[in-house]
Design a protein around this ligand. Structure first.
Ligand SMILES: Cc1cc2nc3c(=O)[nH]c(=O)nc-3n(C[C@H](O)[C@H](O)[C@H](O)COP(=O)(O)OP(=O)(O)OC[C@H]3O[C@@H](n4cnc5c(N)ncnc54)[C@H](O)[C@@H]3O)c2cc1C
Length: 547
């Protein structure tokens, strides 16, 4: 078992199921459209135009580290803060706002929570070597963040606050609130920089000026933009150090400790934590080593084999991207080198295919910024909010535990429960199975992924879970992507003894007697019937939808 959280999933009761439901509050579709028409992102940008340009003499300068930029290498906000600090006589201070209730609210997994803390430990030690403190400011209540940050800034005579942009609606609203408070101060400035992507979300537009909303034209435009604007891949150096006297002046800040995991985010045991840590070692160095290994040993086969989970064909860099342990610019610089200096529209087929996935990541941030309701438990296609979902508690429990009786689905769910990670092809299949074959509200699955993945990322997860009419046949998918059944064999030990095509659908392809000997669950539902039911339900409910 990966975590206490998962142990809880084993004994999921109806009240747990309802608890998930309560977490999924959402606005009406009418309200969603209003938010899309007047986005918090646009509102924040407008305010920042005023707070960033204020003529304030630098004193102490703050970089506010967020859960998506925990590194000193090529960190735009940290670099800007370091440059500003050099203009004055004050020090560079860094700070992380620790909000345990946010972890609970967002359902952040123990694996991701622990990964964040471990990376903060590394960053704190690297910065301390340069006499830069990393202070931990705790906000016990979700609503007290602005107050805590402003109190900290005043207490430490901060003239400038820098941070990197987070594009989710709650985070944008938090920054709007900070910007308002900074505006009320006479001698403070606030700036938030774009660091998560190469191309700033929202800037790739159609001829008429609207944001590109379809991936293929977005990718075309991204490739052309990054080809003509070389500087987009430029990186910035790590921060310069403070004078040694900062050690004494800011002693209290150097003393703050990285917090422990909250009770609900702890692992079952220290061994369990060590096992997950070994799979996902913390730190920029570990991430960049992983990249080098991928570029050297795997990327050449990526185009041909990326959908075959048995060979573990992908980079497994998602955890490092989602917590900002590696910079996407530095990753792409190394990738370009591996491509013999060619841009990402030519050269090695594996590299072209891999960078396409990075572009997906950028595209999904553009969607979050321009369609903010997608970060509010609502589908991008609002009509899908009208679907009448089934209340299949048993199906839900079986899905969570990897006991649906469909080998490919069960293998995927057992992988996520064990590794805090699932291969992309399985994410697609398990999501389709939940929202179509089980007809369970896809938002419950989205939340389950957040509660278990180490790489949880709101934009990638919500877009990955976006409902549609597509229903994957998990037997056909397995026969195509797991030809020899090795992935299934790895994760479903009950089926390890099966050698032929029986492994993909043991219930249908073995005799009753042979099947029962396996000790493997009966299929919870019939694939063909439920796929048909889902399509009809979607069609009827979408036709009746109001928006
Ligand atoms: C239902 C569903 C939920 C998902 N939830 C998440 C999530 O919470 N966090 C997350 O990072 N990804 C998510 N993805 C996208 C994708 O599955 C993972 O990024 C990928 O499997 C991570 O493995 P990797 O790092 O080896 O990827 P690689 O294949 O090596 O790709 C390199 C990087 O590109 C990005 N990327 C790859 N595939 C996608 C994609 N389909 N969409 C957007 N970006 C992509 C990731 O940052 C990834 O690390 C989800 C996909 C689906 C279908």
């Amino acid at each position: 078992m990966a975590s206490k959280k998962h142990a809880r999933a084993d004994s999921q009761t109806h009240s747990d199921y309802v608890e998930v439901e309560n977490m999924l509050k959402k606005p009406s579709t009418k309200r969603a459209k209003q938010i899309d028409a007047d986005t918090p992102y646009a509102n924040l940008c407008e305010r920042l135009n005023q707070t960033r340009s204020r003529d304030v003499k630098p004193r102490n300068v703050l970089h506010w580290v967020r859960s998506k930029d925990i590194r000193q290498e090529d960190n735009k906000g940290l670099h800007a803060a370091s440059q500003k600090a050099k203009e004055g006589k004050g020090s560079l201070i860094t700070m992380y706002l620790w909000s345990p209730n946010d972890l609970v609210f967002h359902g952040t997994s123990p694996a991701r929570s622990d990964f964040i803390l471990d990376n903060l430990r590394i960053l704190k030690s690297q910065l301390e070597d340069k006499n830069i403190p990393l202070a931990i400011v705790t906000s016990e209540k979700r609503g007290s963040k602005t107050q805590r940050v402003m109190d900290f800034a005043k207490e430490h005579d901060i003239s400038h606050i820098y941070a990197n942009m987070e594009y989710e609606i709650d985070e944008l609203r938090r920054d709007i609130s900070i910007a308002k408070s900074v505006q009320e101060e006479k001698d403070m400035a606030f700036d938030v920089l774009h660091d998560q992507t190469v191309v700033v979300p929202g800037t790739l537009t159609t001829r008429s000026g609207g944001p590109l909303k379809v991936f293929t034209p977005y990718q075309r435009s991204w490739l052309s933009e990054t080809k003509s604007e070389f500087s987009l891949l430029d990186s910035v150096p790590p921060p310069d150090g403070n004078d040694t006297c900062a050690r004494k002046d800011l002693a209290k800040l150097f003393d703050t400790q990285i917090p422990n995991l909250p009770e609900t985010k702890q692992f079952d045991s220290e061994e369990e934590r060590a096992r997950i840590r070994k799979l996902w070692p913390a730190g920029n160095e570990a991430g960049m080593r992983r990249l080098a290994d991928f570029l050297h040993n795997k990327v050449a086969d990526y185009a041909a084999h990326r959908s075959e989970p048995a060979g573990d064909p992908s980079s497994r860099l998602s955890a490092y991207f989602s917590a900002g342990i590696v910079s996407v610019r530095e990753v792409l610089q190394q990738t370009k080198k591996a491509n013999g200096g060619k841009h990402f529209d030519a050269g090695d087929a594996g590299i072209i295919a891999w960078v396409r996935e990075i572009v997906f990541r950028e595209f999904y941030r553009q969607v979050t910024v321009t369609t903010p309701h997608t970060a509010m438990n609502l589908p991008q296609n609002l009509k899908f909010d009208n679907v009448e979902w089934e209340d299949d508690v048993e199906g839900w429990q079986k899905w969570c535990e990897g006991k649906t009786g469909v080998p490919f689905i069960d293998a995927g769910m057992r992988q996520i429960n064990t590794e805090a990670y699932m291969h992309n092809r399985l994410r697609m299949n398990t999501a389709s199975y939940l929202r179509a074959n089980l007809l369970i509200d896809y938002r419950k699955g989205e939340r389950y992924f957040a509660e278990h993945l180490i790489d949880w990322d709101l934009s990638n997860n919500t877009q990955g879970w976006e409902p549609s009419y597509t229903v994957f046949n998990p037997v056909v998918q397995a026969e195509k992507c797991d030809k020899h059944g090795d992935y299934i064999r790895q994760w479903v030990p009950e089926l390890r003894g099966l050698k032929g095509k029986e492994i993909f659908a043991p219930h249908d392809r073995l005799s009753k007697e042979e099947f029962e000997k396996l000790g493997y669950p009966y299929p919870h539902v019939n694939y063909a019937e439920t796929a048909q039911r889902a399509k009809q339900r979607y069609k009827r409910n979408l036709a009746e939808a109001d928006p």
